[in-house]
Design a protein. Sequence first.
Length: 139
Amino acid sequence: MTIDPTADRPVYHQVADILREQIRSGRLQPGQPLPSEPHMVAEFGVARSTARQALAVLRAEGLVVTVPRQGTFVRATEASKVVTLAPGDEVEARMPSVNERRQMRIPEGVPVFVVTRPGEEPRTYPADRIRLQVPGEDG
C-alpha cells in the first residue's frame, strides 16, 4: 500500500492503515517497536506531524502504546475473559476515569463496560479484554 496525497482519505489515516495492517498480519509483533517518527517521515514521505497523527489513531484504537523516551510499541493482547450476562443485568459503556485507566492499565481510547447485577456492586471491565455473552448465544 502506498500513500496517495490526492486521495480523499487523509494521509495520516493512510499511514495508520499501513501500520495497522502490519500489526494485524503479524509483521509487527506484540512488544515490537513501531518505526520512529523520523523513520516514518523517510519511509512514507510525510511530515512528522502526520506520523504523530497516525500513531495517535493507533493508540486510540488500543493497538499501540507509547512509552516516553522509549518509543511506540505494538500492544500485547491479553486473552479475552468471557462475562456471561444474567437476566436483569445492566451494561453501561463509557470511557474510564484517569484512576481506572491507571489501575487497570487501560490504553488511551479504550472504553470500559460497567456490569451491574441486581443486589451487587457494579463491576468495571476494560472493553478490549472481555467479551460479553448473553445466555443462549453462541460465542
